[in-house]
Design a protein around this ligand. Structure first.
Ligand code: XUL
Length: 610
C-alpha cells in the first residue's frame, strides 16, 4: 500500500495503572495522546495502583469492566483534543503481559452487536446478582503481579522435566504470572466459571477484541508469555495444555477457548467494529493490526537493530533485546519477536528498580527532600566500584527493597568488598554510605551485563575501527529513570555500548508508540517489507532520539569486566548463605516466593535531576 498522506494510526497501551492512547501519522510523528489513570479516574472499582489484591493467597487481579470503561473515556479525551477519527486507517495496541480475561459464551454476540448510543461497560458487564450475565465468565483478570501459583509452577516445570527444560521448550521457566499456571489455578479454584468460559484472551487480545467486535487471536509474541507455547514448533504444547486443562480429554476444549494464533504479527485481524464507526466516526476500513504484549511493543518504538538494547527504568527494571540467538535459560525469557519471524525478544525482568534507587536518594537527602541532585552529584563523583586505585577492593552490593527474582532472593541489602586480584569477597558492614549512590546503579547495570553477556557481540569502534569487547551497540533508555543523567552515564560506563546511551525524544510512551508504529507497518508495508525496513526508512534519527551519555570508555569497561566476575560470585555467595539460612529456618525445603515483578515499562516517577 502507498504511503497515504493524511492517514493517522493509533497505538494503545493497557498497563496496570493506565490506559494510554496515542496517534501518529505515516511519518511516525506524534499528534495526539491521552490517558486514563485508573486510580484517579476509576476509583469506584476499589482498586489501588490499578489492582485489587488478596494477600492471603498472593492474588493480584483487576476487573476488565474497568478497562472497558477506560476505552470509552480515552477515546472521549482524544476526541476532545480534536482527533478526527475518520482519518485513522489502522490501530494496534499492547497489554501488560500474561494476564488472562475469561469471556462468557455471550461475549462474541455482545461484542458484535453493541449499541453505539451506550457505553461498552453498560452493555458488556451490566452487573448481575447470582448468575453472571454479560461478556465475562469471571469478573476479574489475574494480573502479572499475582504470586498465587507456586503449586502450578512446580507442576509446569516438572511436566517438562525441570525449569531448564520448560525454558528450552517455551522460552521461560514456570512463572507465577504466566498464563498457563494461572489458567490451571483458575480451573481448579473456579470450576464453574472455567466451564462457562467460552474464550480466553490475554490483556492484549482482550483490547483487540473490543475494537474488532469479535474475539481476536492471541498474537505470535504475547502467546510466548504463557508457558504453553512450543516456540520451536509454533504451536501449543499438548502436554502443557493437558496440565492446564486437567486431562488429555480436556485438551481440545482448552484449545478452543484459546483459539488460533496467526504466524504474522502484521496481517490485520479485520476492520474496526460498527460500534466505533458510529460512536466515534472511525472509517469502515480502519484495520485492527495484532495487539501484543507491552514488552514486545516497547521494542517496536524504534527500529531496534540486533545488538541494540533497551533498558526500561521504571518501578522495576527490564532489559530488552531483539536477537536471532536462541539461548533460553531459567534466569530470563525468550519470546517470539512481534513482527519478524526468526527473531526473538530477549527479556530480563527485575522486580526492583526505581524504589531501590529512591531509598538511597532519601538516605542521602535525609531531610525529606525528593531532589536527585545530591544523589547524582555523589554518583558521578564516586569512582567506578569505589576504587581510587586499581589495587583497592571493589565495592559491590545488592539492593532489594522488594523480593527479587533475578536472582531469586528475599528483600534486603548486601554489601561486599571484592579483591579482583585474588577473587576474595569480604562482607562489609551493611550500613548505608554515600558510595551507595554509585554502587546501586552499578549493581543494577552489572546484573544486566552479567546476564546479557552471551547475547552481545563485539562491535567495531567507529573512530578507530578497533574491535572492542562484546557489548551492545547502543543502549536506549525508556521509563522514569531515563530522565536522570547520572544513571545514563553509569549505565553507559558499565554496559559500554559503543555508540553511547540514547533516550527516545519523541514524546508519548515507548510502548504505545511501538503499537502505533506496528499499525503503520501493518497497513502501509509493501509485500514482504520488514518492520525494521519500513520504520527505519521513516525514522528521523535527529528528531526522535537524543544521545544522553557516552558508552564504552577504555579502561572503565575493563574495570567493570572484573567487577562482573565479583558480582557473579557475590550473588552466588549470598544465595548460598540465604539458602542455608532458610534451610535452618524451615528445617526443610528452601522456598523463595517469586513475587510479582516486571516492567510496567513507563511507570515510576521521572528521576530527573530536579
Ligand atoms: C513481563 C511482565 C511485566 C508486564 C507488565 O514479563 O510481567 O513487564 O508485562 O508490564
Amino acid at each position: 500500500m502507498a504511503n497515504s498522506s493524511g492517514s493517522l494510526y493509533m497505538g494503545f497501551d493497557l498497563s496496570t495503572q493506565q490506559l494510554k492512547g496515542i496517534c501518529v501519522n505515516s511519518d511516525l510523528k506524534l499528534h495526539y495522546e491521552a490517558k486514563v489513570d485508573f486510580d484517579e479516574d476509576m476509583s469506584k472499582y476499589g482498586i489501588q495502583k490499578g489492582v485489587l489484591t488478596n494477600p492471603a493467597e498472593g492474588e493480584v487481579f483487576a476487573p476488565p469492566a474497568m478497562w472497558l470503561e477506560a476505552v470509552n473515556l480515552v477515546l472521549d479525551r482524544l476526541h476532545d483534543q480534536g482527533l478526527d477519527f475518520s482519518k485513522v486507517k489502522g490501530m494496534s495496541g499492547a497489554g501488560m503481559q500474561h494476564g488472562t480475561v475469561f469471556w462468557s459464551a455471550d461475549a462474541e454476540h455482545l461484542l458484535n452487536n453493541l449499541d453505539s448510543s451506550k457505553t461498552l461497560v453498560e452493555q458488556m458487564e451490566p452487573g448481575s446478582k447470582g448468575e453472571r450475565k454479560g461478556a465475562f465468565a469471571h469478573p476479574m483478570s489475574p494480573n502479572w503481579q499475582d504470586a498465587s501459583t507456586q503449586k502450578q509452577c512446580d507442576a509446569f516445570d516438572a511436566r517438562m522435566g525441570d525449569a531448564h527444560m520448560l525454558a528450552e521448550v517455551t522460552g521461560s521457566k514456570a512463572h507465577h504470572r504466566f498464563s498457563g499456571p494461572q489458567i490451571m489455578r483458575y480451573r481448579t479454584k473456579y470450576p464453574s466459571h472455567y466451564e462457562q468460559t467460552a474464550r480466553i484472551s490475554l490483556v492484549s487480545s482482550f483490547l483487540a477484541s473490543v475494537f474488532l467486535g469479535n474475539i481476536a487471536p492471541i498474537d505470535i509474541s504475547d502467546v510466548t508469555g504463557m508457558n504453553l507455547w512450543h516456540i520451536d514448533k509454533g504451536a501449543y504444547h499438548e502436554d502443557l495444555l493437558e496440565l492446564a486443562a486437567g486431562g488429555k480429554d480436556k485438551v481440545a476444549e482448552l484449545k478452543k477457548k484459546l483459539g488460533g494464533t496467526p504466524e504474522s504479527g502484521g496481517d490485520a485481524f479485520g476492520t474496526i467494529s460498527k460500534y466505533f464507526m458510529q460512536r466515534y466516526g472511525f472509517p469502515s476500513d480502519c484495520q485492527i493490526i495484532p495487539f501484543t504484549g507491552d514488552n514486545p511493543s516497547t521494542i517496536l518504538a524504534l527500529p531496534l537493530r540486533p545488538n541494540d538494547a533497551m533498558v526500561s527504568l521504571g518501578t522495576s527494571t527490564t532489559f530488552l533485546m531483539s536477537t536471532q540467538t536462541w539461548q533460553p535459560d531459567p534466569a530470563y525469557h525468550f519470546m517470539n519477536h512481534p513482527t519478524t519471524a526468526g527473531l526473538y525478544m530477549f527479556m530480563l525482568c527485575y522486580k526492583n528498580g526505581g524504589l531501590a534507587r529512591e531509598q538511597i536518594r532519601d538516605k542521602l537527602n535525609s531531610n525529606g527532600d525528593k531532589s536527585w541532585d545530591r544523589f547524582n552529584d555523589t554518583a558521578v563523583s564516586t569512582p567506578p566500584v569505589s576504587q581510587t586505585s586499581a589495587s583497592d577492593d571493589m565495592r559491590l552490593g545488592l539492593y532489594f527493597p522488594r523480593p527479587e527474582i533475578v536472582p531469586n532472593l528475599r528483600d534486603g541489602q548486601w554489601r561486599y568488598a571484592y579483591n579482583a586480584k585474588n577473587g576474595d569477597l569480604k562482607e562489609l558492614s551493611n550500613d548505608f554510605t554515600p558510595d551507595d549512590a554509585r554502587n546501586i546503579v552499578e549493581s543494577q547495570m552489572l546484573s544486566l551485563r552479567l546476564r546479557a553477556a552471551s547475547l552481545v557481540r563485539s562491535e567495531k569502534e567507529l573512530a578507530t575501527s578497533k574491535h572492542l569487547p562484546p557489548q551492545p551497540r547502543r543502549v536506549y533508555l525508556v521509563g522514569g529513570g531515563s530522565a536522570n543523567p547520572a544513571i545514563a552515564k553509569i549505565c553507559g560506563e558499565v554496559l559500554g555500548s559503543v555508540e553511547g546511551v540514547f533516550k527516545l525524544d519523541i514524546g508519548g510512551n515507548a510502548c504505545a508508540l511501538g503499537s502505533a508504529y506496528k499499525a503503520v507497518w501493518g497497513c502501509e508495508r509493501k509485500q514482504g517489507q520488514t518492520f525494521e525496513d519500513l520504520i527505519g526508512g521513516r525514522w528521523d534519527e535527529d528528531k526522535f532520539v537524543k544521545k544522553v551519555a557516552d558508552g564504552y570508555k577504555e579502561g572503565v569497561f575493563e574495570t567493570y569486566d572484573e567487577a562482573v566476575k565479583g558480582f557473579d560470585k557475590m550473588e552466588k555467595l549470598v544465595l548460598k548463605h540465604e539458602g542455608e539460612r532458610q534451610g535452618t529456618l524451615t528445617g526443610g525445603r528452601v522456598f523463595m516466593p517469586e513475587d510479582g515483578h516486571g516492567a510496567d515499562s513507563q511507570s515510576g516517577k521521572a528521576e530527573s535531576a530536579k
